[in-house]
Design a protein around this ligand. Structure first.
Ligand code: PEP
Ligand code: MG
Length: 546
């Protein structure tokens, strides 16, 4: 092997940012973006160009409608919204007029008009103060590229070391590969075939639609890799780590071995197991699309639906109808099994610029005003959506970060006012015990709530004063053995049973099978964890009951 070849084949790490979790190992496949046509011609016919423009607008609008149908079928209707929105943009009469006027006034080609008009929109959005609007600039850029590609008859294509004639939806070689491109359009994760097992990109953020769709499809994405495609040699092998944001070019056999034995086991396939008598094991979910994994694991309910994640994933607050659709999907999928939906829990470790919530200092003390009391519209909209969804099955509404009875009463009052004109028989209200102050009042709380939940993540954090954001998972786990924590859990369980109510437990501790027998001994009869942990928790519960 020549020195140059040797140099090219050595293992090399490129550090980017993690956008979608998981590990993928495959060959690189390079995505070619469409040609840029920013040149005007003086000999263009205005009528021809306008006719071409109209035909193209129609074709791309139809294509977006097809993409929306395919996405809805694979991932659910909420993920198809981006393509509906792009379609609406194309149907906008004002935009169409501006395009036609640009062709007529400047005598430019249809593609040039598209470039000029949509680039103006895109750059206005990109310069906005709002993170949400800045991200919408990507949608405009995507529509612009699709139209220009169509007008130019340029096709999106891809190539690798062996072939250069594969289409986006078909790899001729049928090999697992990782798609490399400086940008990634929202349609790409949907259009690519099952051999595209991951993505490496330069310009993409955690909230861009392509990344959200890749996450929903469980395909890893690493972003902010500069100098693409040059940074990745054509004939290399790649390992991408979407949890860490690393791309390993030509991983050595020991690196591959390390990932196969450690990291790949971190993401086990979901194993379906049967329920254990007397101990209900439910699933934690973040977005309604996670319900498939919960069902695949045989979850006996959804014990924690972190609804703020839906909004973080969408990159904006969701309206009443949008929330109703998502909650209804989960309730129907669970078919009469319990569903615990938590009110949005922003303002702590989960911050979203668009909510307008001030970012708390890492050391901020917990003030006695609740986030949802400071932003009551967030609560009102969600309360109405929950009430509307509850006609399809009982909803356990979980109130997070409660520190006092007065705080719970104020939130419950707002909830009641917001839903006064709706049927609320299917709603139950309960508290997530995750702040020590509320735990001390558990017996009083149990008189006024329908159920309780224990959130061990924040509870450990606030009980022992450890910084959750520091990410010291090993340190946190050591605290799970602390006698004080278990004394508190026992007291909470006792307060619930004395009042004839249910207490369930969620948080990282609840997913560790080592603690399942201890949880059962405390009198807690239901737990909720990531679907990947359900089988192990049930095995542990079965052994305990023997
Ligand atoms: C918890 O704090 O234990 C919990 C369940 O909620 P989160 O991890 O979302 O804060
Ligand atoms: Mg919490």
């Amino acid at each position: 092997m020549s020195p140059v070849e040797h140099y090219r084949q050595r293992e090399r790490r490129l550090e980017g940012i993690p956008l979608s979790p998981g590990i993928a190992i495959g060959r690189p496949c390079f995505f070619a973006t469409q040609r840029d046509v920013r040149h005007a011609s003086s000999s263009l016919d205005v009528i021809d160009e306008t006719t071409r423009l109209c035909a193209s607008l129609q074709r791309i609008a139809d294509q977006r409608a097809t993409l929306a149908d395919e996405t809805a079928a694979v991932l659910g209707p909420e993920h198809a919204e981006i393509f509906h929105a792009q379609r609406l943009m194309l149907d906008d009469v004002y935009l169409q007029e501006q395009l036609v006027q640009t062709i007529e006034a400047d005598g430019c080609s249809a593609a040039e008009a598209v470039w000029r008009v949509l680039e103006r929109y895109r750059s206005q959005l990109a310069a906005s103060d709002s993170a949400y609007l800045r991200e919408r600039a990507d949608d405009v850029g995507e529509i612009r590229q699709a139209l220009i590609g169509d007008l130019d008859r340029a096709r999106s294509c891809r190539h690798c070391h062996e072939t250069d004639f594969c289409t986006i939806d078909h790899c001729h070689l049928g090999n697992d590969h990782i798609l490399i491109g400086s940008e990634i359009s929202a349609s790409l994760p949907i259009e690519t075939d099952r051999h595209t097992i991951g993505f490496v990109v330069d310009k993409a953020g955690p909230h861009c639609h392509a990344v959200i769709l890749a996450r929903a499809l469980h395909r890893p994405v690493v972003g902010s890799i500069r100098d693409l495609p040059d940074a990745i040699p054509l004939n290399s092998q790649l390992l991408i780590d979407g949890d860490e944001g690393t791309v390993i070019v030509n991983p050595s056999s020991s690196t591959l071995q390390h990932y196969r034995t450690t990291r790949v086991q971190d993401n086990p396939k979901i194993e379906s197991t049967e329920p254990v008598d007397g101990f209900r094991v439910m699933a934690n979910i973040s977005v309604s699309a996670d319900i498939d994994r919960a069902l695949a694991a045989g979850a006996e309910g959804v014990g924690l639906y972190r609804t703020e994640m839906e909004m973080l994933a969408a990159g904006r607050p969701l309206g009443e109808d949008e929330q109703t659709v998502r909650y209804t999907k989960v309730i129907k999928a669970m078919a009469a099994r319990p569903v615990y939906i938590r009110l949005v829990d922003f303002g702590h470790d989960k911050h979203a610029e668009w909510t307008g919530l001030p970012r708390p200092a890492a050391t901020a003390s917990h003030d006695d005003e609740h986030t949802l009391l400071r932003y009551p519209d967030l609560l009102r909209t969600q309360a109405r959506a929950l009430a509307r969804a509850s006609v399809h099955g009982t909803v356990h509404v979980v109130y997070p970060m409660i520190s006092s009875i007065e705080q719970f009463k104020a939130l419950r009052g707002l909830f009641g006012d917001a839903t006064a004109d709706l049927a609320t028989d299917g709603l139950r209200h309960g508290v997530l015990f995750e702040l020590p102050a509320a735990c001390l009042e558990a017996a009083r709380f149990m008189q006024m709530i329908d159920f309780g939940c224990i959130g061990t993540n924040d509870l450990t954090h606030y009980l022992f004063g450890v910084d959750r954001a520091s990410g010291d998972a090993v340190g946190d786990r050591r605290l799970y053995d602390d006698a004080v924590l278990w004394e508190l859990i026992d007291q909470l369980a006792h307060a619930a049973t004395s009042a004839g109510k249910t207490m369930m437990i969620c948080g990282e501790l609840a997913g560790d099978p080592k603690f399942t027998p201890r949880i059962m001994r405390s009198g807690i009869s239901a737990t909720s964890t990531n679907p990947a942990n359900i089988a192990a928790v049930r095995r542990s519960a079965t052994q305990h009951t023997r």
